[in-house]
Design a protein around this ligand. Structure first.
Ligand code: HMG
Length: 386
């Protein structure tokens, strides 16, 4: 039985900053951000948005009455969870109006967890081929104002349905996962911003990619010629280039040129948004599908990485009509509003975060489909914008 990703959508926040302006404010050469890091714009999160509202907004784009009836399970991958006990998946399921008879759970392993969701969904669909599993990756990447990681912040969510006879990407049987106890990036329970050993994290990422890809090749016998594209988790777009360079070295042949060109297409959306953590690999997939030379029948390789650390290399084959199973990301990105660096700093410091206070947020300027309207008696308050 064919199992894979049936549909894919993306949502982000209504605001962004221009990283040339950020570079000027931080007294840095803008080319460091534009070329050295490979980012142009960064999503900015108002206090009315969090992992729940972003995840619900991405999934809402896929919803039809028929799909709502078929969803058996909602798996929400996030490292920006809003409660240590209650799953973000429960809030999202409620906002989407899904049936009471839906299994819901939250998954965590840094940026890797959405891929764990896809793999678990594959198993659930194999056990019940009539069912559809909704997998969401939703996050807010925060390192702190003026930190080296600041330029690699971002926010947004992807939503995917995994089903039998998928219309987008049929998953191949073989996938290679690897994990190791590594302190390259983490966020203790008392911290709102990530802690990171930045340069070390990039090296660990590359090692996980090379090791999982080598094992995948040994297990499948597939060569570079078998892939139309290799897609990467993109914490910043230069990271994908570093990983591909580590594989290709100075090769300049048909395969290496095709893979480098495909990488450029896959980086376009991330350059405009920043790190989505769990969703980044899948925003790269969307970007390749909408900006590259994607064609039905092509095999794509996907490398997922989450600090801490876990990586997985897997592959799939594009299905006829895949382009109809995606939302129009360019239109979404074009509809955002640019804000100044001081407005960004003010919003950065206005998040609910770890506060226990009752609060009501002003939602009047936020056009998003779902809002976090505040907190009352230690309970987050959510509302649909309709
Ligand atoms: P940094 O120290 O600010 O930057 O940290 P740098 O000095 O290393 O410069 C960055 C690049 O810009 C260098 O190029 C410079 O040469 C270049 P590279 O050697 O890397 O090719 N550069 C310039 N280029 C053009 N014109 C100029 C110029 N100046 C310098 N004028 C770092 C950079 C990425 C480490 C930092 O931003 C950081 O810590 N980010 C967060 C960590 C991260 O994203 N790690 C990625 C791997 S781990 C991962 O992917 C998991 C993650 O998503 C979390 C999760 O799993 O949940 C992060």
């Amino acid at each position: 039985m064919k199992i894979g990703i049936d549909q894919l959508s993306f949502a982000t926040t209504p605001y962004y900053i221009d990283l040339v302006e950020l570079a000027k404010a931080r007294d840095v050469d803008p080319n460091k951000y534009l070329i050295g890091i490979g980012q142009e714009k960064q999503a900015v999160v108002p206090p009315t948005q969090d992992a729940v509202t972003l995840g619900a907004a991405a999934a809402q784009k896929l919803m039809t009455p028929e799909l709502k009836e078929r969803i058996s399970t909602v798996l929400v991958a996030t490292e920006s969870g809003v409660d240590n006990s209650k799953a973000t998946a429960i809030y999202i399921k409620h906002l989407l109006g899904l049936s009471m008879f839906t299994r819901v759970v939250e998954l965590k392993e840094a940026c890797y967890a959405a891929t764990a969701g896809v793999m678990m969904a594959k198993g659930l669909v194999a056990a019940d081929p009539q069912s559809v599993v909704l997998v969401i990756g939703t996050d807010i990447a925060r390192y702190g104002l003026g930190t080296p990681g600041e330029v690699t912040q971002g926010a947004g969510a992807v939503a995917m349905t995994v089903a039998a006879n998928p219309r987008l990407l049929e998953l191949d049987q073989v996938s290679v996962a690897a994990s190791d106890d590594i302190m390259d990036f983490w966020r203790p329970l008392y911290a709102e911003n990530a802690m990171v050993d930045g340069k070390y994290s990039t090296q660990v990422y590359i090692n996980f990619f090379l090791e999982t890809f080598e094992r995948y090749q040994q297990m499948t016998g597939r060569q570079l010629a078998d892939f139309a594209a290799l897609l990467f988790h993109l914490p910043f777009t230069k990271m994908g280039k570093k990983a591909l360079d580590a594989l290709l070295g100075d090769r300049d042949d048909l395969d290496s040129r095709r893979l480098r060109e495909a990488l450029t297409a896959s980086q376009q959306y991330s350059r405009q948004v920043g790190n989505l953590y769990t969703g980044s690999l899948y925003l790269g997939l969307l970007s390749y599908l909408q900006n590259g030379h994607a064609k039905a029948g092509q095999r794509l390789g996907l490398f997922s990485y989450g600090s801490g650390a876990e990586g997985e290399f897997y592959s799939g084959v594009l299905q006829p009509g895949f382009e109809k199973q995606l939302n129009d990301v360019s239109a979404d990105l074009g509809g955002r509003q640019q804000i100044s660096i001081s407005e960004y700093e003010q919003l950065f410091n206005s998040q609910l975060g770890l506060s226990a206070e009752d609060v009501t947020f002003d939602t009047s300027k936020d056009p998003s489909p779902f809002w976090l309207t505040g907190q009352k008696n230690h309970q987050r308050q959510y509302k649909a914008n309709n």
